[in-house]
Structure formats: structure tokens, C-alpha cells
Design a protein around this ligand. Structure first.
Ligand SMILES: NC(=O)c1ccc[n+]([C@@H]2O[C@H](COP(=O)([O-])OP(=O)(O)OC[C@H]3O[C@@H](n4cnc5c(N)ncnc54)[C@H](O)[C@@H]3O)[C@@H](O)[C@H]2O)c1
Length: 368
């Protein structure tokens, strides 16, 4: 089980963080603040909030009022393979959110850092002012799990109980946790190319479910009602999942394909399935759907959510959620964390940007 501080220690840390509290200016939420918020709300409650937030965004999506731009970034191979990307979205007349996310798959083994590290900045569109800076490493993992839960809830059999995991790192933890909020998981079967990672999966989970560690992806998927693939497979080295040997009703959350040439699901399996891309243009460019034509895609994530009843008939069939990470998810999860933080008095609130009394006098504070 995940080690947690005693509630007395949590209270003390919360008290310290709330001391000398000033709640004006830009909100800065560090990892400590995010952890304090999640502990105060409860891990399950916080995950449920994100699941509801994503459902609500999908149901009420107004593409005139919500703009999600193509993500872009820098890719490099020195000192190791990595990339830093920016993921922008805007709620017209209100806020722009930009997540910067680093992906460095050698981090865990070489630097004891997560593969995926990220920060979200939020700007007020009336003034351009920065209103929040939020550590988003945990939030990214949580919202990625929540998105899979939203789709799993619609497309997996209500009785689905066995989850097959391929790639048992950080995202696998939130995939399992999120799915446990929408289906009663009775067993997990896990495979990772690094046996040291699959061996610790059970200890990293916030729920007590038996985990069987296996030696191949084929064993992990064979009895699974739901499969989650969340690997750091190299560009050009995929797919990682077998193309046969699944239960006829399997639902697959494919989370790891998020770059051109990076794939987890074989094209034959995609062609036999209803494929739900989270963001169709992005999925065609860098998700599993890069192996497909536009005409072969099923509903997008928001379309699926808004027409859930129509798609429940696919619970009997093979379905794949092509999860590449929809930028709007990052604004939603950051704002959920910020709402709780403000309510609980957690976080730093400070003027990060210059606000001279005379807006025409940039030297005002310097010459004073
Ligand atoms: N879709 C999204 O929104 C989203 C969000 C976050 C991360 N991701 C992606 O999810 C993937 C996993 O991220 P993470 O944070 O869990 O990384 P991680 O480094 O914590 O874990 C990845 C695990 O995959 C294993 N692995 C690599 N190749 C494998 C293979 N062929 N078969 C089985 N296991 C294999 C590694 O040994 C490692 O343990 C990454 O590719 C990342 O880019 C996607």
C-alpha cells in the first residue's frame, strides 16, 4: 500500500501552509500543495471530481467557446531521448491554460524522476495576467486515468472485473485507480518489460486487489475484460500488444502512444475495434490512429460522452480508447485543484507579474 503520513502530521502541514495566508494574486500550487489538496479531499473523491469534470466538459462542449490548439514542442536525443511540449487550450472570454510537459523515459531508472513531468499556467483572457501556476505531474496522471475511466464506463461490460496492464509504471497506477471508480476490479494481471517495475505495482496502488505479475503481454491480456497499455515503447519499436488472444468484449485504454511513430496497438486489432480518439486530429498525427484513416475512426471523446447511450451496445465488442492527452483535460484538472485549494486555503498567492500603479511606467518599482 502507498505510505501516507498520519492525519496529525497532515493537519500540521496544512496549518503551516495556511499560516500567513493571503488569497490574492496569482495562485502557485507546488507538488506539496497539490498533495495536501488531494489528501484533504480524499484520493477517491478527487478522482471522482475529475471524472465528473471531464464528463461535464464532454457533454457541454461548445467548440465556438472552447478552443484546443495543436500541441507542439521540442524533441531531442541528447543527453537522452526526450521532448518538451506545450499544450494550449482556451475558454473564450475567461481563461487560457498552457501545460508544458516533459517526457524523458530514461528518468526513472537514471535519475529517479518520473518520465512525465509537467506544469500548467493559467492566464486571464481579460487582462493577460497569469492567474495560476500549478505543478501538474500528479494532475496529468490523474486526468489520464480519469479519461480512461470515463470511456471504460461507457464501453466496458458492467461486469468487467479483470484488468490487464501492459506497462506498469506511473500511469498504470492512476489507470487502475480511476477504473476502480467505475468498475469493480477483482484482479489485475500485469506485464512490464522491466520486472522490477511490475513487481512493485501492487504496493503502489491505493486499493487492495490481487496483482498477478506475468512475463508476456499475451498473458496480461488473455483473461482481461479491460486492458490498459501505458508503456514508454520507443518510436518505431511498437506495437506492444498482441494482435489476437483477447476476450471478444475487451475494452482497451491505449495511453502510451502520443508521438509520431510511437504505437502500442497493432493495426489489425484497431481495424477490428471501435476506436475512440480523444482528439481526432492529434490521434491521427501521433496516437494509435496514425495507423488508420479518418474514415476508420469512431466517435471522439466528447462525442462518445454526449451520446453515451448510443455507444453502450459496443460493450459486447472490442473497443479501443486512443488516449493521447486532450489539452482541455489539463485546464479542467488544474481548475479543479485550484478551486479546492482556494476553498481549503492551500497554496501560495502572490503577485508574480509587474503591476505598477502607473501602467505607462515600467521603471516605477526600479527607480523608487
Ligand atoms: N495519453 C495521455 O494523456 C498520457 C499522459 C501521460 C503519459 N502518457 C504516456 O504513457 C506512457 C507511460 O507513461 P508513465 O508515466 O507510466 O511512464 P513510466 O516510465 O512510469 O512507465 C512506463 C513503463 O513502461 C514499461 N515499458 C516500456 N516498453 C514496454 C513494452 N514494450 N512492454 C511493456 N512494458 C514496457 C517501462 O519498463 C516502464 O516501467 C508514456 O509513453 C507517456 O508518454 C500518456
Amino acid at each position: 500500500m502507498v505510505r501516507r503520513p498520519s492525519s496529525a502530521a497532515v493537519d500540521l502541514r496544512l496549518e503551516k501552509m495556511m499560516a500567513k495566508k493571503r488569497m490574492t494574486g496569482a495562485a502557485v500550487l507546488t507538488f506539496e500543495h497539490i498533495s495536501a489538496v488531494v489528501r484533504a479531499v480524499g484520493l477517491d473523491g478527487f478522482m471522482d471530481d475529475i471524472i465528473s469534470g471531464l464528463r461535464c466538459a464532454g457533454t457541454n462542449l461548445d467548440t465556438q467557446a472552447t478552443v484546443v490548439l495543436e500541441r507542439s514542442g521540442f524533441q531531442y536525443s541528447k543527453p537522452d531521448v526526450g521532448l518538451i511540449e506545450w499544450m494550449p487550450s482556451m475558454e473564450l472570454g475567461r481563461a487560457v491554460g498552457i501545460k508544458t510537459v516533459g517526457y524523458h523515459p530514461s528518468n526513472p531508472t537514471q535519475r529517479r524522476l518520473p518520465s512525465v513531468l509537467s506544469t500548467t499556467s493559467i492566464h486571464d483572457t481579460a487582462t493577460g495576467q497569469l492567474t495560476a501556476l500549478v505543478d501538474s505531474t500528479l494532475l496529468t496522471a490523474l486526468r489520464t486515468g480519469a479519461a480512461s475511466a470515463v470511456v471504460t464506463h461507457i464501453l466496458a461490460l458492467p461486469t468487467a472485473a479483470v484488468v490487464g496492464i501492459v506497462g506498469a509504471g506511473a500511469q498504470a497506477v492512476t489507470q487502475i485507480h480511476a477504473i476502480s471508480r467505475v468498475r469493480q476490479i477483482k484482479r489485475i494481471i500485469a506485464f512490464d518489460t522491466d520486472p522490477a517495475v511490475s513487481a512493485t505495482l501492487a504496493a503502489r496502488l491505493p486499493l487492495a486487489v490481487p496483482v498477478t505479475v506475468v512475463e508476456t503481454a499475451a498473458e496480461a491480456i488473455a483473461q482481461a475484460d479491460i486492458v490498459c497499455s501505458a508503456t514508454t515503447v520507443d518510436i518505431g519499436a511498437g506495437p506492444v500488444l498482441p494482435d489476437h488472444g483477447y476476450l471478444p468484449h475487451v475494452h482497451i485504454n491505449a495511453v502510451g502512444s502520443d508521438f509520431p511513430g510511437k504505437m502500442e496497438v497493432p493495426v489489425a486489432l484497431l481495424r477490428a475495434a471501435l476506436v475512440v480518439p480523444d482528439d481526432p486530429p492529434q490521434c491521427l498525427r501521433e496516437g494509435e490512429s496514425q495507423q488508420l484513416e479518418l474514415s476508420e475512426l469512431g466517435p471522439s471523446l466528447p462525442d462518445l460522452i454526449s451520446n453515451a447511450a448510443q455507444y453502450e451496445r459496443y460493450q459486447q465488442e472490442i473497443t479501443v480508447f486512443d488516449s493521447t492527452g486532450w489539452s482541455l483535460e489539463d485546464l479542467i484538472v488544474a481548475e479543479i485543484a485550484l478551486d479546492h485549494a482556494r476553498r481549503l486555503g492551500i497554496g501560495m498567492y502572490t503577485d508574480l507579474q509587474s503591476t505598477p500603479a502607473d501602467p505607462y511606467s515600467p521603471y516605477e518599482d526600479v527607480l523608487r
